[in-house]
Design a protein around this ligand. Structure first.
Ligand SMILES: Nc1ncnc2c1ncn2[C@@H]1O[C@H](COP(=O)(O)OP(=O)(O)OP(=O)(O)O)[C@@H](O)[C@H]1O
Length: 246
């Protein structure tokens, strides 16, 4: 199965211009996209998801074309059937956990029950231990539970591709480790490809087979997980990101 992501997009904010010009061809099932803050990682995922319309290029997963500017093909986000786990989880505060999970499945969420989910989502509610919080609102559950709700929602649509935008960054160290293992188990159990954005080399090591590095809107390096890990351990550990965190 081949993923082909060729997108260009020029974005302007005030007098600042950012050019996204990503060429990424991958046959690996699990890929990681890494790079400095502001390099274009989230924009790339948004373009794949159909939330950002490229000026030119194409996006295909296997033989399914999601976007092709030359042919005038641009599937809607829903028709792309992707599981998109956004950085802040993107849960709706005024919907219950059950309604949040069902949201991706049918547009008429107003009619979806407050405390039960349909058969497609049930498997994930059980896998992530969410039975007890289905009627709660996002603000009433823990960060780890919010994370699991977002993941259940992403998986319930039986996505052809899973997009994970820094899925573990908001969690504390202990929970992070547990959720990383849970995500790895989901990847093993499902035969769907995934693209993971991360700043953490450990995430790339556990959750990806192939690593693409992006800088200033372009893919500058591609390596196997092991090559990437080796490279990381031989370069100074203080990165710009680490300095910013300090
Ligand atoms: N709507 C927009 N208009 C103009 N510029 C934008 C817009 N959205 C993002 N940008 C710029 O595009 C660049 C890439 O943004 P993006 O969110 O993809 O970065 P990122 O690699 O995901 O960063 P981070 O790791 O901090 O999340 C940034 O310089 C950002 O300021």
């Amino acid at each position: 199965m081949m993923m082909r992501i060729h997108v260009t997009k020029s974005l302007r904010a005030g007098n600042r211009e950012f050019l996204l010009d990503v060429h990424l061809d991958a046959s690996a099932r699990r890929i990681a996209l890494v790079g400095p803050s502001g390099s274009g990682k989230s924009l790339t995922l948004r373009a794949i998801a159909g939330l950002l319309r490229p000026d030119a290029g194409m996006v295909s997963i296997g033989d399914k074309v999601l976007f092709d500017a030359a042919q005038g093909i641009a599937l809607t986000p829903r028709d792309r059937r992707l599981g998109y786990l956004q950085q802040d989880y993107g849960l709706f505060p005024h919907l219950t956990v059950a309604q949040n999970i069902e949201f991706g499945l049918k547009p008429g969420w107003r009619n979806s029950p407050r405390s039960t989910v349909g058969p497609a989502a049930r498997r994930w509610v059980e896998a992530f231990g969410l039975q007890g919080v289905l009627e709660s609102y996002p603000a009433e559950i823990s960060g780890g539970q919010q994370q699991r709700v977002a993941l259940a929602r992403a998986l319930a649509v039986q996505p052809r591709l899973l997009l994970l935008d820094e899925p573990l960054s908001a969690l504390d160290a202990g929970l992070r480790k547990a959720m990383r293992a849970e995500l790895a188990a989901v990847q093993m159990g499902l035969d769907i490809p995934s693209i993971l954005i991360t700043h953490d080399p450990e995430d790339a090591r556990v959750l990806a087979d192939r690593v693409f590095e992006i800088e200033d809107g372009r893919i500058v390096r591609e390596s196997s997980r092991d090559e990437y890990a080796l490279h990381q351990s031989s370069t100074p550990s203080i990165t710009l990101d680490a300095l910013k965190m300090a």
